[in-house]
Design a protein around this ligand. Sequence first.
Ligand SMILES: CC(C)(COP(=O)(O)OP(=O)(O)OC[C@H]1O[C@@H](n2cnc3c(N)ncnc32)[C@H](O)[C@@H]1OP(=O)(O)O)[C@@H](O)C(=O)NCCC(=O)NCCS
Length: 188
Amino acid sequence: MLVNKVDALNREELLEIVKIHKVYYPSGHMTKLFSDELLFSYYQLISDCAQDILIVKDNGGSIIGFAFLGNSFGAVMKNLILRNKIRMAFFCAKNFKYVISFFLDRFGCGSRGFNSSSDVRLISIVVNTDFRKGIGFNILEFIKTQLYPNLIVGLSVKTSNIHAVNFYIRNGFFVEKIIRDKIFMVSR
Ligand SMILES: CC(C)(COP(=O)(O)OP(=O)(O)OC[C@H]1O[C@@H](n2cnc3c(N)ncnc32)[C@H](O)[C@@H]1OP(=O)(O)O)[C@@H](O)C(=O)NCCC(=O)NCCS
């Protein structure tokens, strides 16, 4: 299945992406607790700030995998809060523990001061893993060979996300730094 680079996503495509994230993203990540509306807003902001949007569709035209790359992810959480004040207030009240650990990680003793050697970051990659046909591999290959053959691609992944960590290592990424429950990896 072909990896396509697109300039923007329409509402239907964003809704498909939200659905894939809800089903296939592993638990343990704060976004897994987001309501559909909050997740929609999150991906809308990511697609607005992304440098590159990659999607893979099946033969029927449904999205079965996607990736976003860019360098300005920092603004996403800030704008998510600003655009969704009431939803975020409910979310914080309901998921107090996650919110505290997120902010401790980001602004306290976490990764804020760490400067990765990467030139561009893989912000999000999710695949409908029911297909099991190397779609994730194809997306990474496209990034490494067609988009950024001469640049260092960086990402962060939770230590608990063993499948993704193995996937990145299998595809030539190595560990740059580990901070708390997060592994920073680079493509070379
Ligand atoms: C991480 C992720 C993107 C990796 O994508 P993936 O498609 O599972 O990874 P691969 O491309 O390596 O393919 C996976 C499987 O397909 C198999 N495969 C590869 N090519 C194949 C082919 N041509 N035909 C059939 N199967 C194939 C692989 O052997 C592998 O099987 P295994 O996991 O049982 O060993 C995906 O697992 C995912 O979306 N995870 C949830 C979200 C997530 O954690 N994202 C990362 C956050 S940092």
